[in-house]
Design a protein. Structure first.
Length: 464
């Protein structure tokens, strides 16, 4: 008898159950996420998205200056990436047989390596943290040494290995013991020398620009660190999971410093096109050949979904779009304009201390004001929890001006802007206009912004 079960209808399912989104998360997923969103008034219902914008059910548009933590490098639903995914699904490829060599992984590896010609081979995984895990394993095996150095305030992922090189104590608490790794201050060459002299260091993993706080190392640090590492038979690992693929105005952020050639390079996020998770670890030939030294070791490091056709198709489409639409040049040009406009406000607002970054990766840092009235209010926030003022700025940017941003890290008075790389002058105008209005409100000493600040203080104190 013919099965009378109706076809699966995703559109109908969303129409029938979509309104339950926050309740479903509260019952079945991370229950603190909806709680946090309700508290901040971020519990929006976005109906659709395109490019650098979301729309709610009433048709209001929201400017995305977060890009899914950097995943949406080309914005949402780029037509070329969508078409590539339709094409690869329609092709009905014999994907993930595990015992053949499909062309798409080789083609994507070839395209990626063209942007780092000193590197030779690629391993494809499924995320940024997997790319870091791969680099840690490869560095240890290739050098025969156990210890990896990392920098204070670094973020390299949250799986057990990448957590071992995470510079944020809050993420590490409760998950010990971790791998035997050691932190140094970003830019501290003397500390690097001291650790290398112990003879057990496999490598240094570093973000060319740290995502937490948007801090770049001092000029020359990466090049000198590379020389020290190589002198001691260790390797340089560049974490470009967020900074790679044009984010900083060059294809890779390490390319801002002449003479830097990482031995291992990790990318992810924007390579996905915002659709299919993917991570990639690029490396030198000698490292890969030591890891995969014989046929017996052919599967010594692998990933079940690594190199899948959908991810490879998305990555190839992303790189083609970046080339055709000159995405990297746009990131450099638009990022310079954004920082120029924001830097001009530093002298105007005593709460605004610094604007920094490269390309479309910008940090806006707030600090202690000089006037007595604002200083007392600042002290109230700091006593409750550092980072509350930055959150006070983020909330009205969304609530009043429909612009999505983020605080750059726990206990930081820094907002990080990592918008899609396709934004232009209209989006810069919109953000700067809104940010100016929020800062005007903050410096007036009254209004809803400080009322919300008092609410945040009460909640921070209650959760101690």
């Amino acid at each position: 008898m013919k099965d009378e079960r109706p076809d699966f209808d995703l559109t109908r399912l969303l129409a029938e159950r979509g309104a339950e989104r926050y309740e479903l998360h509260t019952r079945h997923l991370n229950h603190q996420l909806p709680r946090m969103l309700h508290t901040l008034g971020f519990d929006k219902v976005y109906e659709r998205a395109e490019g650098a914008y979301f729309w709610d059910a009433e048709g209001n548009d929201y400017l995305d200056m977060l890009a899914g933590f950097g995943v949406m490098g080309l914005g949402r639903h780029h037509p070329v990436v969508r078409r590539a995914l339709h094409d690869v699904l329609d092709a009905s490829l014999a994907d993930l047989t595990r015992f053949d060599c499909q062309p798409l992984p080789g083609l994507l590896a070839e395209k990626l390596l063209a942007h780092s010609p000193h590197l030779d081979r690629v391993f494809f995984g499924n995320s940024g943290t997997e790319a870091i895990e791969t680099a840690l394993k490869f560095a240890r095996y290739a050098t025969g040494r156990p210890r990896i150095l990392y920098c204070d305030h670094a973020f390299h992922g949250l799986t057990a290995g990448s957590l071992s090189v995470n510079g944020e104590k809050g993420f590490r608490d409760g998950f010990a013991p971790l791998l035997p790794d050691t932190a140094i201050a970003l830019g501290d060459l003397d500390a690097l020398r001291r650790e290398l002299k112990r003879g057990d260091v496999a490598g240094l993993v570093v973000e060319p620009i740290q995502g937490k706080g948007v801090h770049a190392p001092p000029p020359g640090f990466l090049r000198e660190a590379q020389e020290l590492l190589h002198r001691h038979k260790a390797v340089l690992i560049a974490d470009e999971v967020q900074t790679g693929l044009g984010r900083t105005g060059d294809f890779y952020a390490y390319q801002h410093e002449e003479g830097v050639e990482p031995d291992l390079l990790c990318v992810a996020k924007a390579l996905s096109g915002g659709y299919v998770p993917v991570g990639a670890t690029l490396g030198r030939d000698w490292i890969f050949k030591r890891v995969y030294s014989s046929m017996d070791r052919v599967l010594v490091h692998s990933a079940s979904f690594g190199s899948n056709a959908q991810a490879m198709a998305a990555g190839l489409a992303v790189l083609d779009v970046m080339e055709q639409e000159e995405t990297v040049a746009n990131a450099r040009r638009t990022g310079d304009l954004l920082r120029e406009r924001l830097t001009a406000l530093v002298g105007r607002y005593e709460l605004l201390h610094e604007v920094r970054g490269r390309g479309l990766m910008t940090g806006i840092e707030f600090g202690r004001p000089s006037s007595l009235k604002l200083r007392s209010r600042w002290a109230m926030l700091q006593a409750a929890r550092k980072g509350l003022f930055a959150q006070m700025v983020v909330v009205p940017l969304l609530q009043k001006h429909r612009i999505l941003t983020q605080v750059s890290g726990d206990h930081l008075e820094v907002i990080k802007l990592i918008p899609p790389l396709v934004i232009g002058e209209p989006e810069v105008d919109r953000f700067v206009t809104a940010f100016t209005a929020v800062m005007d409100d903050a410096h007036s000493g009254g209004g809803l912004m400080w009322d919300f600040g008092r609410t945040l203080v009460k909640q921070a104190v209650a959760h101690r």
